[in-house]
Structures are given as structure tokens and as C-alpha cells.
Design a protein around this ligand. Structure first.
Ligand code: COA
Length: 514
């Protein structure tokens, strides 16, 4: 039986390991070059003593033989000169900061969040462009590297500042990040920008040139004009960046919470105490909600109807929120109740929080005759079209279409986090093994023996077991990170504060009683 404390200890170990980047040999070389590590650069940039919400720190975990921790990039939200900014920073100790598929996804996801919340993007660039052996997964498609540059141009045009500091050799895609920025600072001696580095120049036009002459900070600041400022060292460059942020002009008004934040009451314990670790055993979801909301106060909507979906109005860090939390499979009644509740929140401009612990929508003759397909669709429709910010935390299982009805990744929640006990897949390993072996038995092509079926059963179980692991999910950027249950309230408070002051679409939106 898994234990939540063990899962959290393991999470911390894995995160610590990932934060060490490319390993001691590369860290040593980085140090010898007089360069500062990526996380220390971020610390120097942020306002002293303020929090940094790091996103997807375990991207690419377990991929590429473990050689690309964090996907070689650190992204997250932090305060610079009192203003919330998105930081996007390459880790040069990981394959020269070059881009793998997960690096592109992480970089683009950070940009997407920045664009939604109008956060200035501060790029700390130290990047060798596309990781060439993976170029087919990084370069050509819409959401590959080009898409990240498209986003950069779009954001700049919308008045969302894009500013780069160049710390190392930036080639090709790595060069375009600063080249497409509104303002650029380069560090003398180590910062370089060139569309093609010396080896490419030699191969293309047979010119032999050193990196500094080709794309050094002084040349770009005094000759080409690609860079606007040269800094003597990394600390000075980061101070210059802080100075630039201080002069960015008016920011979107940050609405302070309408109520004073109040901590939850101790008698409801910590969220960790209520984590659904064994998904076959029900937990007290109301206690879980109370352990996260202000004053542990909640006003429950329709408590006597559709009981497998709990719908409550509450506050988190002073911000109003409508929470949908699973307490069993979704039936027709719980689905339409969820749709009704979402409409109410949308009408009242109350952001939505989905706490997923869902095996799926109910199946079977009775459910189908009762119209589960159309009633579940109402929930999915309401989730898709709600105008208010949506947030999702996978606190337990996230299976099947239940993932859709509860605002999974496809439904664009502003942020989606998982707990270390989470599970995400179309179905559980047990059910998948039954379905897949039944399909094999019924297959026209099948001459499968019982041994073959037993082998397929075992293989399917193993596959679903591995692929529903939260580390498998977070490595592939299906979430914005695994967080500890007891961090959830503070993380959500920060996320909600980013959206609190934004202009909302207040056009008419009726509530259809379901
Ligand atoms: N593609 C593939 N591998 C890359 C890479 C890239 N774009 N950039 C760096 N790497 C790899 C190196 O091969 C090396 O791998 P190894 O440790 O397995 O041998 C590792 O990353 C570290 O690179 P290294 O050159 O030792 O680091 P550095 O700090 O001295 O230099 C760069 C960093 C980015 C300046 C340098 O690696 C470079 O110029 N890379 C190529 C840039 C390029 O031509 N990009 C074109 C992309 S379209």
C-alpha cells in the first residue's frame, strides 16, 4: 500500500536531482567559465525574498536516458520590481541548452501562460538551438520551435514585453530568441548571437571565423545593433534587466482579493491527510475541500442531488472560487448538476477549480438509457465554454471522459497540477487488460492461444501501469508540474491572483436549469 509521505519524499528527491541540471562534470565546466547556474541567475533577478512558482520542473524526466533533466530549461513566474513576470531560462549545463521536443513544449507553455495573463517574458538565453538528432520532433511542425517565435511576435505586438539577456553561445533558434525580443542585453565575453555558429559558417561558405568576432557582445552592441546593452558580467546584466522591467510602463491592474485571506481551520487537517492514494477507497472529499479553502468555509450547491459531484462556493486566499470535486463516478445527475454550477459561476464571474478524482462517467444499460452520453456532453460543453479562468488539480485518478468533464488538459485550464499520488489514463490497468484481451479474442485475424492472451494481459497491465504514473505525465508536459498536496492552496492563490485584475467578457450568459 502506497503512503503519501513516501510519495512526497520521493517527489522531493526527484525534483532535487532534476534541479542539478546536466551533472557535476558540466556544472564544474560552467563554474570554471565564470558562469552562474540557471537557478542562481533567476534568484538574482527576482525581488529578494519573493516566491518563484516553477513550472514543469520534471519535464523530460526519464526520457533520453535521463540526460535532459528539466528538459534543459527552467520556466516559472516570479516578481521583478514588484511585477509578476514569466521567466524562461535555458540551462546550459544540459546539452548546451539545446531544444528537445519537451523543451519546446515547456518554453511554449510558459509563453502561453504569459500571454493569457499578460506577464512580461524575461528570457535568460544560453541556448544551442535545436538538438540536432531530434530535429524532426523540434523544428518543422506548427507547435515546434517556429511556434515559439510566432508566440513571441504575437505577444510583443499585443504589448506584452519580451526581453532577453544573452549569457552564452546562442545559435540558430537560440539566436532568434533575443533577435525577436523587444530589448536585448548581452554579457561581454560569453554572450554570442549568430544565426550560424563558426562550424555552420565554415560548412556553408567556407569562412573561418571565431565565435567572438562572428557574434560577440561588443560587435552586436556597437556594430550590428542586434543587442541594445552590453554588460561586463552576468550580475550586471541581471541588474540591467531589473532596471528595464522597472520602466516597462503601466501594468494591468492587479486586483487585490475581495476578502481578507484566512487560513483553513486546523480541525480539517492538511490536504495531504485526505489524498486519495488508494483509488479503490473513497476519501472524505468535503474534508479535503475544507482543508484548502479560507476559514474551511464552503457553501454547497445542490448537496442532495447528483451526490457524486460536490459543487461548492468558497474562497482561496481571499479570491472567490467555484469548486467541483469528484466523490464517485459521474452519473447523469452529477453531470447536469456540474453543468448548472459552471453556468452559475460563469454568470457570476467566479473562477472554477476542478479537483479531479474520477474513474469516468457511469457505463451500463441503465446509464445509457438514462442518456449519460448527452448529459455528460452537457458538462463537457459547459466546461469548454465557461469564460471564467479555470484551474485543475488531479488529486487522485483522472480516467476516461471523466478527464474531459473535469477540465483536463484539452479543455485549457489556466493551470493544471497533479499530486504525486495521481493517475491519468483512458482507463485503469485492470480494465484495459480486460478490454485489450477481449478485443484480441474477438479479432478476425486472431489465432491467439491462451498463453498469448496471458502475455498480452500482462503486457497491457504493465503499459497502463507505467503510462498512468504522474511522472510519466509530467515528463511529457501533460501538466504544469507535480505539487505537494499541502502546497496546493498557496499555488492556486498565486495563480488566481494573476487573473484577478483582468477584464472579463461580461456579455449575457443565461443559466439553463438542467
Ligand atoms: N544539437 C545537438 N547537440 C548539441 C547541440 C545541438 N544544437 N548543442 C549542444 N549540443 C551537445 C554537444 O554535442 C554536447 O554533447 P555531449 O556532451 O553529449 O558531447 C553537449 O551538448 C554540450 O555541448 P558543448 O559544445 O560541449 O557545450 P558548450 O557550452 O561548450 O557550447 C554551444 C554550447 C551551444 C555554444 C555549442 O554546443 C554549440 O555551438 N552547439 C551547436 C549549435 C548549433 O549549431 N545549433 C544549430 C541548431 S539548428
Amino acid at each position: 500500500m502506497r503512503d503519501i509521505t513516501d510519495l512526497i519524499v520521493n517527489l522531493r528527491q526527484v525534483q532535487q536531482q532534476a534541479s542539478e541540471g546536466g551533472g557535476e562534470r558540466f556544472r564544474q565546466r560552467h563554474r570554471e567559465r565564470g558562469k552562474i547556474f540557471v537557478r542562481d541567475r533567476i534568484e538574482l533577478l527576482l525581488d529578494a525574498g519573493t516566491a518563484f512558482l516553477e513550472l514543469s520542473p520534471l519535464a523530460a524526466h526519464g526520457l533520453y536516458g535521463g540526460e535532459v533533466p528539466g528538459a534543459g530549461i527552467v520556466t516559472g513566474i516570479g516578481m521583478v520590481q514588484g511585477r509578476a513576470c514569466m521567466i524562461i531560462a535555458n540551462d546550459a549545463t544540459v546539452k548546451g541548452g539545446s531544444f528537445f521536443a519537451e523543451t519546446v513544449r515547456k518554453h511554449s507553455r510558459a509563453q502561453e501562460i504569459a500571454e493569457q495573463h499578460r506577464l512580461p517574458c524575461l528570457y535568460l538565453v544560453d541556448c544551442g538551438g535545436a538538438f540536432l538528432p531530434e530535429q524532426d520532433r523540434v523544428f518543422p511542425d506548427q507547435d515546434h520551435f517556429g511556434g515559439a517565435f510566432w508566440r513571441q511576435c504575437q505577444m510583443s505586438a499585443k504589448g506584452i514585453p519580451q526581453i532577453s539577456v544573452v549569457f552564452g553561445g546562442c545559435t540558430a533558434g537560440g539566436a532568434y530568441i533575443p533577435a525577436l525580443s523587444d530589448q536585448v542585453i548581452m554579457v561581454r565575453g560569453s554572450g554570442r548571437i549568430h544565426l550560424g555558429g563558426p562550424p555552420i559558417v565554415k560548412a556553408a561558405i567556407n569562412e573561418i571565423v571565431d565565435g567572438e568576432t562572428l557574434g560577440g557582445a561588443d560587435m552586436h552592441t556597437t556594430v550590428s545593433g542586434v543587442s541594445d546593452h552590453v554588460a561586463a558580467d552576468e550580475e550586471t546584466a541581471l541588474q540591467k534587466l531589473r532596471e528595464i522591467v522597472a520602466h516597462l510602463g503601466e501594468e494591468q491592474p492587479q486586483a487585490s482579493p475581495p476578502r481578507d485571506p484566512r487560513p483553513p481551520l486546523p480541525e480539517f487537517g492538511n490536504p495531504q491527510d485526505h489524498a486519495p492514494v488508494d483509488l479503490k477507497r473513497p476519501v472524505d472529499m468535503r474534508a479535503l475541500v475544507r482543508s484548502m479553502v479560507d476559514g474551511s468555509e464552503m457553501s454547497e450547491f445542490k448537496p442532495d442531488y447528483g451526490a457524486t459531484l460536490i459543487t461548492v462556493f468558497a474562497h482561496i486566499h481571499g479570491y472567490p472560487v467555484g469548486i467541483l470535486a469528484n466523490d464517485g463516478a459521474l452519473f447523469s445527475e452529477s453531470s447536469v448538476k456540474g453543468a448548472h454550477f459552471i453556468e452559475l459561476c460563469d454568470q457570476r464571474q467566479i473562477p472554477l477549480l476542478f479537483l479531479q478524482n474520477i474513474t469516468g462517467f457511469m457505463v451500463g444499460t441503465e446509464a445509457e438509457r438514462g442518456g449519460i452520453a448527452k448529459h455528460s456532453a452537457k458538462l463537457v460543453y459547459a466546461v469548454s465554454n465557461a469564460r471564467v479562468p479555470k484551474y485543475t488539480v488531479i488529486v487522485g485518478g483522472s480516467y476516461g471522459a471523466g478527464n474531459y468533464g473535469m477540465c483536463g488538459r484539452g479543455f485549457r485550464p489556466r493551470f493544471l497540477f497533479s499530486w504525486p499520488n495521481a493517475r491519468i489514463a483512458t482507463m485503469s490497468p485492470d480494465v484495459a487488460a480486460t478490454v485489450v484481451t477481449d478485443l484480441r479474442r474477438a479479432s478476425l485475424k486472431s489465432k491467439a492461444s491462451e498463453e498469448d492472451i496471458a502475455e498480452l494481459d500482462a503486457r497491457t497491465r504493465k503499459q497502463f501501469e507505467e503510462q498512468s504514473d504522474p511522472y510519466y505525465a509530467t515528463a511529457r508536459l501533460w501538466d504544469d508540474g507535480i505539487i505537494e498536496p499541502n502546497q496546493t492552496r498557496d499555488v492556486l492563490g498565486l495563480c488566481m491572483s494573476l487573473a484577478a485584475g483582468e477584464a472579463r467578457d461580461t456579455g449575457p450568459r443565461p443559466v439553463y436549469r438542467m
